[in-house]
Design a protein around this ligand. Structure first.
Ligand code: MN
Length: 347
């Protein structure tokens, strides 16, 4: 019999609806039975500690730590991180102290929970510290264990997901902090899924009207472009396979916040950004990257000054790819990234 199912069946109905169900079925895919049992134990401890407390939404408080742990379970993080996520607010919001957590769940968990609590108390003391860059540095320096930051990022992600219930001024303040501090930290750590979600939600709450307008415009543009994208994609594919290069061609999705940022920083109009087609060509090895580059340059004229060889000279974070921009049909710019499967995984 399915372990999670039997475990959940023994819990009172009310508890099953607090998100525990989802969490258990996720972690069951990669943790041992003993570890799953330990996580549920942490849940029970946390639920008792937060008993009677409510979120702004009116839901029982424990739904929040459970959601935070579930975000981390999606990233397949270890048992200690998940337990710490379930207990991340108990030091600050309940009478529990670090020693008690340490006794029940071990020193490692206690240290993570303590680290998250200390991060929460971090406030700007002066103007210099209030600058996003130095604040980001402080956050990173304060956490000796990277898992502290991971819990904090997941905490912020869930708080952003449930931000709607707060008054607008408070929403904007939290959204700004998310865009200036937390999304860049997620970016630096290479956790793309969290970065994108923080940026999307941060933008939406920071500039609700601009977000709405941009979202609508992008949806319209995408509808018009679908045919065009397919045609270019097919041309790439047939040219490459005609030269015996095994390749996968993907069109690149554009994210609202990155479009908005480009409009702001580079002073471009929406049309100038949206009407740029992005493709990714994934090939078998480095040799094929350069051969594929030659072929796409032959297919469409390359734009001068836009070619970058990040394979020969990788970016500091290890990113590798060939980047080029072509003049497509009707002179529409086509951005192409060429890389191997390995490089794609790293990216
Ligand atoms: Mn929290």
């Amino acid at each position: 019999m399915d372990y999670a199912a039997s475990f959940l069946a023994r819990l009172p109905r009310g508890k099953r609806s607090l998100g525990l169900n989802k969490l258990v079925s996720r972690i069951e895919t990669y943790l041992s039975k003993e570890q799953v049992a330990k996580v549920v134990e942490a849940y029970e401890f946390g639920a008792r500690a937060h008993e009677g407390q409510k979120r702004h939404s009116g839901e029982p408080y424990i739904t929040h730590p459970v959601a935070v742990a579930t975000i981390l379970a999606d990233l397949h993080l270890d048992m200690s991180t998940l337990i710490a996520a379930l207990l991340h607010d108990v030091i600050e919001d309940t009478g529990t102290d670090k020693g008690e957590i340490s006794k029940l769940f071990g020193e490692e968990v206690a240290n993570i929970v303590d680290g998250v609590s200390k991060l929460d108390q971090l406030r700007f003391r002066n103007r210099e510290e209030a600058q996003a860059e130095s604040f980001r540095k402080m956050v990173l320096a304060m956490a000796e264990d990277i898992r502290v930051i991971l819990v904090k990022l997941a905490d912020r992600t869930h708080n952003m997901q449930t931000l709607g219930v707060l008054p607008p001024a408070k929403r904007r303040r939290i959204a700004r902090e998310t865009l200036e501090i937390y999304a860049p930290i997620a970016n630096r750590l290479g956790i793309n899924s969290i970065r994108l979600e923080l940026e999307e939600l941060g933008f939406k709450h920071m500039h609700p009207r601009r977000h709405r307008v941009l979202e609508r415009a992008l949806r319209r543009a995408k509808g018009n472009q679908r045919q065009f994208l397919r045609r270019i994609s097919a041309r790439f594919e047939s040219t490459l396979s005609g030269s015996n290069i095994e390749a996968r061609v993907e069109s690149r999705e554009k994210h609202l916040y990155s479009i908005y940022r480009k409009m702001q920083t580079k002073g471009r109009s929406l049309a100038e950004i949206v009407d740029v087609f992005g493709f990714r060509v994934i090939v078998a090895d480095t040799d094929d990257c350069y051969r594929a580059l030659g072929l796409v340059h032959h297919l469409y004229k390359p734009m001068p000054g836009r070619f970058k060889d990040y394979i020969a000279i990788p970016r500091v974070n290890g990113y590798q790819s060939l980047h080029t921009t072509l003049f497509g049909p009707k002179s529409m710019p086509i951005e192409v990234q060429i890389r191997t499967e390995d490089m794609n995984r790293v990216a």
